[in-house]
Design a protein around this ligand. Structure first.
Ligand code: CO
Length: 214
């Protein structure tokens, strides 16, 4: 089932999410729904708070990057196989140089911004079978994890950019007299519409400009 994606302005995106236990109700169903929602939105990552559930879980499938970005053979191999569920993750360390990448978030429609992040991370987490895993990641794989990890910490990429640019985003919603609270995703063949819930205003009549958000 495709779930509505919660957008910029919604309090759940600012909360620190809670850890879960292996007996969390209907966990497999929730994970299935998150995959379906992420793929329907052409996302490469989705965190549970983005569907309004404040738990420490996110999913990533970074394979779509392979067709779009310039990268070496090693990174192609890593990203094309990088499909994972992260439950109760902990970033142990972040190392290396800060580097820029133009990020887009499924919860912040129409906004993309260069975000600085460190290039390498070490992370532990539980997979969907509640087995503990440890991963060392770098480049785009690390970046998508860092972005999703921020979501469960209540941080959006707009918190990492200048207050000037943040004002522009806020003004966008004020000027259009909309309180951006929720996006409803409708899949109708290949067409996809996004509705800002309070206004009924529709934007993004198709997938254009919506690729590789996370
Ligand atoms: Co995001």
């Amino acid at each position: 089932m495709i779930l509505p994606i919660v957008a910029y302005g919604s309090p759940v995106l600012k909360k620190i999410a809670k850890e879960i236990t292996s007996d969390y109700p209907n966990l497999n169903q929730l994970i299935d729904n998150m995959w379906e929602t992420m793929y329907a939105s052409n996302g490469v990552g989705l965190a549970a708070p983005q569907i309004g559930i404040s738990i420490r879980m996110f999913i990533i499938d970074a394979s779509p990057f392979v067709d779009e970005e310039l990268m070496d053979e090693k990174e192609v191999k890593t990203l094309s196989n990088f499909k994972k569920i992260f439950i109760n993750p902990k970033i142990i360390s972040e190392d290396g140089n800060l580097w820029d990448f133009n990020e887009g978030c499924l919860s912040i429609p129409e906004v993309r911004e260069d975000v600085l992040r460190k290039e390498e991370i070490l992370i532990t987490f539980f997979n969907e079978n509640f087995e503990c895993e440890k991963l060392k990641l770098n480049g785009l794989a690390a970046r998508v994890v860092q972005h999703e990890y921020d979501h469960i910490e209540g941080i959006l990429f707009t918190d990492k950019i200048s207050s000037f640019k943040r004002k522009i985003i806020n003004n966008f919603s004020i000027n259009n007299k909309i309180r951006i609270t929720k996006i409803g995703t409708i899949v109708n063949g290949k067409d996809r519409s996004v509705i800002l819930a309070d206004s009924g205003l529709q934007i993004f009549p198709n997938n254009k400009g919506y690729f590789h958000n996370f």
